[in-house]
Design a protein around this ligand. Sequence first.
Ligand code: ZN
Length: 387
Amino acid sequence: MATFKDLLSQTKKQIKELTTDELAQRLAGAAKPVLVDVREPDEVEAGILPGALAIPRGFLELRIEDKVPDRAASIVLYCAGGNRSAFAAKSLAELGYTRVESLAGGYNRWHDQGRPTEKPLSLSAEQKERYRRHLVIPEVGEAGQQKLLNGKVLLMGAGGLGSPAALYLAAAGVGTLGMVDMDVVDLSNLQRQVLHGQEWLGKPKTESAVARLRSLNPDVKVIPFQERLTSENVERIVSQFDLVVDGGDNFPTRYLLNDACVLLDKPCVHGSIFRFDGQVTTFIPRVGPCYRCLYPQPPPPDMAPSCAEAGVLGVLPGVIGTLQAVEALKLLLGKGTTLAGRLLTYEALNTRFAELKLRRDPKCPVCADGVPFPGFIDYEQFCRVAA
Ligand SMILES: [Zn+2]
């Protein structure tokens, strides 16, 4: 009867092994092999080779055809020390894979030599359950969910637009949400600002938002900014995030935020509402227009009434803020087509969606090519002077 040692040495004669040096050279070249880590999930947690697929040895034959359908693909298998991957290589050869090799010395030798490794994408059992409906979508999956968990979105305003956007982004597992709002919850807010409840009347909206979002999803870190956005703090705040969802309701802040996003190269998902009408677009600096390309000058104050003056159907910000959340998720995932260069309008009274093409202004004072950033201005003054 053959011992384990006999079986191993016999197997190693039947397969091809490669050294860590050879693998490093191969990975630096143009035709990179497919790396497959056959260790158990608890071993993989500490680190894997960059870009490796983790398929535990016990599932290898079951899953390899799904993950690597091409039988002629160059595959390098590795385990901790090079024995399990040797047996695995033999098994793949029997399945008809023609270019399979096993890494001699395995992960441990690679790691001990100080070669690059990375933390694997891994969700906890609870996260796998919570995001199950995301994990089954090919455009999201575990890698996408990990991107969302690493994502940082700044919400400008915890009001009508910010409420649905924050709730859905938190539910989706966007890991960090910043909220800029200096107001307290007022009874007249509750007709549409679904983030807040009766018990928060008179208290800061940011505090109400932190409590609500934390109870919705403990994966989410909420950073409150109970302050007015100004030329002095805007860079410090916006620079901490990947993108901005603008649910602000005044023009000075909108221009300030636009200029900061162009300066810091951050996408800004813009929404606005008026009675039964809403609109949404996504500004991606230098890819599409910015807010100033569309509106070089602010409207005179009497032409731009606020929600308080003009009124708004309670559910309308729900529709627009939710569309903004969808844009933000696509930007974080890097999937689909955003509203960059398109303005989507929604007319609730007659149920009509329409789309307008938006173009960059080659003479835009902040985002035109080759134009240095002009610096922040006095936005209050700018919006009054235009009147
Ligand atoms: Zn512009």
